[in-house]
Structures are given as C-alpha cells and as structure tokens.
Design a protein around this ligand. Structure first.
Ligand SMILES: *Cc1c(COP(=O)(O)O)cnc(C)c1O
Length: 400
C-alpha cells in the first residue's frame, strides 16, 4: 500500500468519526473508579447513584462473589489456554452447564464467552436452506448477526405483533423446520414477549421456539427462571440463550440451553464454541455461587420487583411519562433527542448516572432516559434519584 492510499483510508475513518460527532451520536465512555454497584465513584471523584447497569440482582460488586471468585482462581488457576474440546474443560464447566440447565428446566446447556457468541453460533449448526427462521424485527443485534450466518429462509414479523407472526408462519409453511425467535424481554422498552401466545402459535404451525433471556434470567417469573416461567410456559421452549454478564453477576459469558441432542450438536458444530477459548475458571466458579444463591431464596428477585414497583409509581406521580409495564427497565420518555441528552447531563450533575437514548437506537421522536432498577438500590438511593429527576424535570420545563 502506498502512503497516499493508506492516508486515504485513515482520512475516511476520521471523516466518518467527525460526522458521528456532529450528529451527536458519538458514544463517550464514562470511566468508573470503583466496583459496579448501586452507587459508583466516577473519575471526577464524585459518587453517583447508578441507574443504568444491567445489575438487576445487585451481584456485580458483591463481596461474597468476589470471595467465590478468589477461591475458584486459587483452585483452578487464571485461564485454560485452550478451547473446550482440546484441554479446556474443567469440572466446574460441566457443573455450571448442569446448573444452568436445571435452573431453566432443560436437559443440558453449553457455555460461550458471551451471549453474543451463543446467538452468533446457534442458527448455522441447526438450520439450513430447507428451514425457516421467523424473527421479531426488534430482536437483539447478535440474533440478527447469527441469522445472517445461516442459510435458512428469513421471515421478520412486526415487533410483538401476533397477527403478523401468524402471517409469517403461514408464509414459511413450505419449510422443513420453522423456528420462532424472540428476545424474552426487549431492552429498550422493557417489553415482555407474549410467550404464551407465541407458544400457542408455534404449536398451531408446527414451529420451534427460541428465546433470548439476557434481560430475564435470574429474576423474571416467580422463582427467577425467566420469561418462560413468567408466562407459564416452562418446558415448552426449545432453545434458550442467555448471559452471565447481566443479572447473574455481570462478568461475562453466555449459554444456550435445550434438549440433549441440540446441545450436543452445538458442541460438535457451533463455531464460536469450537474456535474460541474456554470461560475463565474464576467466572465459572463464581457463577456456580450465583446459582446457589438463586436457588436458596428469591430475596434478591423480590427486592428488585419491589424497587421497580416503587420507582415506576413514584416517577409517574412526579408527572413523567413512562412506558407502562412491570420490568425493571423503566423508559422515562422525553421524546426529543436533544432534551433527552440535556436531561441525562443534568441528572449527572445532580449525582445520578442514567443514559439518554435517541434515534437510531430507538425510533425517531421516542428519545428517553432509560432507567434500570437493581436489588442493591436502597429506598434512600431511589428517593434521592427521584428528587434529582424532579429537579431536572422542573429546570428543563418537562414538569409543569
Ligand atoms: C446484552 C444482550 C446480549 C449480549 O450479551 P453478552 O453476554 O454481553 O454478549 C444478547 N442479547 C440480548 C437481548 C442482550 O440484551
């Protein structure tokens, strides 16, 4: 490559970055100087209430889990330097897979480095050009990428629209196998997929069902098993993917759970599993401790839902518009992108960390500050956060 050709390439990158900045879409990372938690130390030396982590059960900075991690690190070492099938499987990997499967009510489960990989590696080994994938239009990026890697026919249904799902199932009726794919919970609105209706449609049309439980495992449903428990369809979902990187301690790692022959097929053929390193022992050992906690009591889950009900009620009482629902994701609607950004900045100045989302992450005119509750938030945290919302809302003319 000549120097001018090289410079041309880097100039194009710089111009595109400038465009992104001009459009106000540049993602600036906030630097934390502390553990993740309900309150975090920011790099300006100010502690702020954190309302934007996926730390639903408040486990991310848990002292007990740090101890479990240290114990696993001491016994099983830092890393495996191997993929699973060569020499990268330790006893705890097998134990964790069994625990995940038991918790979700499936035969077996397989670990990945991330849920992004679980979704990226689930379709291609299971489905080919004779099959059809029927996918909610708002499914997570990793599902979209996973479907792209697979030769199956692609059908997209309107978000959460059961009539359109039925139409797409009809359109896919020539396929050998059909699979309906949906996020169990959608991250921008906290919308819970209508799994009872989806399962009924799947039965009517002879389709399999796959759900991505990243915003559900550990706290949705009576005992926290997920959206399938919430909707009373335990045992009737064929494929469940999820993450260890949100409610379940928040480190990293993903999984796919399902019938024995399905999981075995993935172990043989799923590329992100075959060609990527084993999950680190400290993560595996700590995750086992997380499942011990979850099966011992529903206390964290219950506290999370109490906090959610309290915050939803109080923020609406202040006069803010929220997307109705029950999930700990609470979208506080500002509608206007610039206002959402200014509002988030004002909250930051008032000691609250919350993120503004605007087009293209959410539809035009649907800008918002997305708040996420945690079991680790105390009433005092939430009351202080609500006071900041009230003040910023009054200052910016949102509350009359
Ligand atoms: C966060 C998320 C993922 C990715 O999970 P990682 O384990 O961080 O890769 C996948 N799907 C959904 C719906 C998510 O919210």
């Amino acid at each position: 490559m000549t120097d001018t050709a090289r410079e041309g390439f880097y100039r194009q990158l710089a111009e595109r970055l400038d465009d992104t900045r001009r459009q106000g879409l540049f993602k600036q990372e906030r630097v934390l100087m502390s553990r993740q938690g309900p309150e975090v130390m920011c790099d300006d030396g100010v502690a702020r209430i954190n309302l934007c982590a996926n730390n639903y059960l408040g486990l991310s900075g848990s002292e007990a889990l740090v101890e479990a991690g240290v114990k696993a690190l001491r016994e099983f070492g830092f890393g495996l330097s191997s993929v699973r099938f060569i020499c990268g499987t330790q006893g705890p990997h097998k134990a964790l897979e069994a625990r995940i499967a038991a918790f979700l009510g499936t035969d077996d489960a397989i670990l990945y480095a991330a849920a992004f990989d679980a979704n990226g590696g689930v379709f291609e080994p299971l489905f080919d050009e004779k099959d059809a994938i029927i996918s909610d239009e708002l499914n997570h990026a990793s599902i979209i990428d996973g479907i792209r890697l697979c030769k199956a026919g692609r059908f997209r249904y309107k978000h959460n629209d059961m009539d359109d799902l039925a139409r797409q199932l009809e359109a896919a009726s020539g396929a050998r196998h059909k699979v309906i794919v949906t996020d169990g919970v959608f991250s921008m609105d906290g919308t819970i997929a209508q799994l009872d209706k989806i399962v009924a449609l799947a039965e009517r049309f002879g389709a399999l069902v796959m759900i991505d439980e990243c915003h559900a495992t550990g706290f949705m449903g009576k005992t926290g098993r997920g959206t399938h428990e919430h909707h009373g369809v335990l045992g009737r979902i064929d494929i469940i993917t999820g993450t260890l990187g949100k409610a379940l301690g928040g480190a990293m790692g993903g999984f796919t759970a399902g019938r024995r022959e399905l999981v075995e097929t993935l172990r043989q053929r799923s590329r992100p599993y075959l060609f990527s390193n084993s999950l680190a022992p400290a993560i595996v050992g700590t995750s086992l401790a997380v499942f011990d906690d979850l099966e011992r009591s529903t206390e964290l889950r219950d506290r999370l839902h109490e906090n959610t009900a309290f915050f939803r009620r109080e923020i609406a009482a202040l006069g803010f518009t929220i997307k109705p629902g029950t999930h700990p994701i609470v979208p506080v609607m500002l509608f206007d992108a610039e206002l959402a950004q200014r509002f988030a900045q004002r909250l930051y100045a008032l000691g609250v960390l919350a993120t503004g989302f605007f087009y293209p992450v959410v539809p035009l005119g649907q800008a918002r500050v997305r708040v996420q509750m945690s079991a680790a938030h105390t009433r005092e945290h939430l009351t202080r956060a609500l006071a900041a919302f009230a003040q910023a809302g009054a200052e910016l003319g949102i509350l009359k």
